[in-house]
Design a protein around this ligand. Structure first.
Ligand SMILES: Nc1ncnc2c1ncn2[C@@H]1O[C@H](COP(=O)(O)OP(=O)(O)OP(=O)(O)O)[C@@H](O)[C@H]1O
Ligand SMILES: [Mg+2]
Length: 506
């Protein structure tokens, strides 16, 4: 089939669907005014410069049937034929005595059918000329006063018919679009009537709530998807709206719980809209399952709380360490020095010297304790030298044998270096405390092309590390703050691998 043929075919299909409404009118017109055949033409909706025959009615007779067949199959382009002329000018046209028609095909067919007179007149609406009616007769006929007088009226009433059909077509297309949108929607769309009964239940709703649409339709929305303690509120809201028309919930987005067929509950975001239809009010609810969002928000909140708690705990520990450690040393140092001064004043240089030696020792201890403490807060070697020397220090102090397999030489963002350092410190401590007699490997892989850094602490010990432990959760939070994640691979007796992945933007 050529493109042209295909187009013609499509145009005729459209025309066929449109024709039914014309037929009784054309028949009445033809018989009343003593013509033999009538055809109605309209622009092809797909190509406005072409006219297609919407319908054709004829008096009985094989020759007329044949001409009607040819007419139905004809598509007129660019103002061709009698219909083309009438459509172009918007004026009626009369062929009083001739073999009539447009192309070679229709002229021959008209001659064989014995048709010798024709009139065409426009179908009109507010949009102008929207179609053409052709009437054919066997006898030569002069322009007929009666017909000409009624043509205007006929054209207008046929115009109304065309417009009505056009509106119906548009309505049907809109309805189809609406249906397709509902079907494809990722949101659950539930439509209900003024009694609160389901009219429509789209596929997303079927999947989310676990009811087939056929079972949901006709049931009370409240009983279907509203948790029992919210049902009365839902019904009262509907009753109140129907009574006073005052929208309290309409067109607003709210978060609420919904219930599935199996009785499980989940949080949804809900918007109820009143649909603009005549008659009793109809409402649609758009519902979106927001379990993931609610869960993520709760997890974020909990993680923030843990970070704040951990920071408070760390501050308390520092305060305690300073109080019990360096502060005590400094106090006794001050006491020693005061005593030494008194001894000096009393002329007892030997006793004074002893006290000063004691003070010197206390000072050295205090300094070393302060250094330890400072390293726990933030190791100076990490700030100054980066990961490589800091990790060497860590494995050097580890109570179990540990080696650094790889570590980037270049500097990374400070937050990343700190996270990696404390990750490894916790990994080494855990291995020493929980894994048994083990060898530990520490590896920090250079960020890949996507800027993702991988850090691992592996031991060959007992396994069975618990990701829900306080230390582990601290690591998860520490990594999460900079967008990283932790995985724990620790099968029983299979050793433990702590693996951190951290985006580091380079
Ligand atoms: N490398 C490991 N090998 C075997 N078991 C481990 C290992 N690391 C951790 N575990 C187990 O997992 C649990 C949780 O570890 P986590 O680090 O969270 O807690 P912790 O080390 O006991 O205490 P914290 O780290 O809070 O001082 C540990 O109590 C231990 O039983
Ligand atoms: Mg631990």
């Amino acid at each position: 089939m050529s493109v042209r043929e295909r187009d013609d075919h499509a145009a005729r299909a459209v025309a066929g669907a449109a024709g039914a409404a014309y037929d009784p009118l054309l028949q009445a017109l033809t018989e009343r005014l003593a013509w033999r055949l009538a055809a109605a033409w309209e622009p092809d909706p797909g190509a406005g410069d072409r006219l297609v025959c919407v319908t054709c009615w004829n008096a009985p007779g094989a020759a007329l049937d044949a001409f009607a067949g040819v007419t139905r199959a004809t598509v007129l382009s660019g103002g061709a034929g009698l219909p083309g002329r009438v459509f172009g000018s918007g004026e009626a046209a009369w062929i009083a005595e001739a073999t009539v028609a447009d192309g070679l095909v229709r002229r021959e067919a008209a001659a064989s059918a014995g048709l010798r007179a024709a009139v065409g007149f426009p179908i009109r609406s507010e949009r102008g000329t929207v179609g053409v009616v052709e009437l054919f007769g066997e006898q030569p006929r002069e322009p007929d006063a009666e017909l000409l007088a009624t043509i205007d009226l006929l054209g207008l009433s046929l115009g109304q018919l065309v417009e009505r059909r056009r509106a119906e077509r548009a309505g049907r297309a809109a309805e189809q679009r609406h249906r397709a949108t509902l079907q494809a929607s990722l949101d659950c769309v539930v439509t209900m009537d003024h009694d609160g009964c389901v009219l429509d239940f789209n596929p997303a709703a079927e999947q989310t709530f676990g009811y087939a649409s056929a079972d949901a339709v006709g049931r009370d929305v409240a009983e279907l998807i509203v948790p029992v303690e919210l049902r009365e509120r839902h019904r009262a809201g509907l009753r109140r709206y129907l009574a006073d028309g005052e929208p309290r919930l309409l067109d607003r987005r709210i978060e609420i719980e919904a219930e599935r067929a199996d009785g499980s509950r989940f949080p949804v975001e809900l918007t109820i809209t009143r649909i603009d239809v005549s008659g009793e009010p109809v409402f649609t609810g758009h519902l979106r399952d927001i379990s993931d969002r609610v869960r993520a928000t709760a997890e974020l909140r909990a993680s923030r709380a843990r970070i704040v708690e951990a920071a408070d705990a760390a501050r308390r520990r520092i305060e305690r360490d300073l109080h019990d450690g360096a502060q005590q040393q400094l106090v006794s140092l001050a006491v020693d020095l005061r005593l030494a001064l008194r001894r000096l004043d009393a002329g007892d240089a030997v006793a004074a010297r002893e006290l000063i030696v004691e003070a010197d020792t206390a000072l050295a201890t205090a300094l070393s304790e302060l250094r330890e403490l400072a390293r726990g807060i933030h190791p100076a070697v990490l700030t100054e030298g980066g990961l490589a020397p800091a990790l060497n220090g860590l494995v050097g102090r580890s109570p179990v044998p540990a080696t650094v397999v790889a570590v980037p030489r270049r500097r990374l963002p400070a937050a990343v270096e700190a996270a990696v350092y404390f990750f490894i410190a916790e990994g080494l401590t855990n291995a020493a405390r929980h894994a048994g007699d083990v060898q530990v490997q520490v590896e920090v892989v250079e960020p890949d092309a996507g800027g993702r850094l991988v850090v691992e602490v592996r031991d060959d010990g007992y396994g069975g590390a618990d990701p829900a432990g306080g230390g582990m959760r601290g690591l998860i939070d520490r990594l999460a703050v900079i967008g990283g994640t932790l995985s724990v691979i620790s099968p029983p007796s299979g050793g433990t691998t702590l693996r951190g992945e951290i985006p580091c933007g380079s």
